[in-house]
Design a protein around this ligand. Sequence first.
Ligand SMILES: Nc1nc2c(ncn2[C@@H]2O[C@H](COP(=O)(O)OP(=O)(O)O)[C@@H](O)[C@H]2O)c(=O)[nH]1
Ligand SMILES: [Mg+2]
Ligand SMILES: [Zn+2]
Length: 299
Amino acid sequence: MSAQREGLVVAHLGKGIAVELDDATPPVLCQTLRKLDTVVVGDRVKLTLSSPEQGRIEAILPRRSTLFRPARGNESRPVAANLDSVYVVLAVEPACDFLLLDQYLAVCENSNIDADLILNKIDLPLPADIDAELHYYPTLGYRLHPVSANRQIGISELAHTLQNRASLFAGQSGVGKSSLTNALLPDKTLRTNTISAISKHGRHTTTAATLYHLPGGGDLIDSPGVAIFGLAGLTEAQLAWGYREFQPYIARCRFNDCKHVTDKDCAVRAAAEAGEIPLARYRRFLKLREKMPPPSRGG
Ligand SMILES: Nc1nc2c(ncn2[C@@H]2O[C@H](COP(=O)(O)OP(=O)(O)O)[C@@H](O)[C@H]2O)c(=O)[nH]1
Ligand SMILES: [Mg+2]
Ligand SMILES: [Zn+2]
């Protein structure tokens, strides 16, 4: 009987799951025990080796965070585990989607995941109103990193903040997530090595999630499927809590189950009307609330 080892899930492949052992050998291709929950990139697992290159995942170690995406019906599926930070990437072009930004931030606030903002393409002029709207977020404690992936501006500072943590870039298509990943992983061989070590066991499709070790320290999870994650699994109350500046007001609403919409003596709405909470943020909250799937009846 082979001894149990611990490892880190670095890629999800059609034929199995690539797990890195703690001794820097190439990843091992693993199958999972049928009874196990979904194993995702970033998971730490217990496995047994059947050969130096093949193994079986026996257990998933406890996660410190899980990122979900919506699945069929009202379900949600885990897509990444043990993330420390989500970096929401924005740019002047395509236009900043503040509704999407707020959605990401609300998910992170409720998932034990830090969130930062990256403003990419700072080589292009940014309209003053967009700039002002963006600069509201640091007042809530979200750091804002101005960069240009193409011009290599702010990249080493960004690399520094990515150290000692597992991160993921989120954002709409075209904002520069791939360009940033390339700027941070300039050594093509570094990327190709991980991939080829894994893909000799089977085709590594571009849609597969992959965890990269950054040369300056830290891990970056690249997963096209999670670039836009939804409000999967969030309740209405959690959405409101995900608006950080609402938090001190929520306890002051007259009703415990206040929806913060038309409810009598809602402290959140009152604060928005009084300008203590930016009206734009409150309006986006109302919009996201309407986009939420109806709560499941649960039997
Ligand atoms: N002007 C400018 N364009 C950029 C910058 N970074 C990326 N782009 C361009 O933005 C487009 C989309 O980039 P990409 O990395 O594919 O975005 P993704 O869809 O988020 O992965 C490409 O044409 C890039 O060349 C930048 O710093 N400045
Ligand atoms: Mg891309
Ligand atoms: Zn309220």
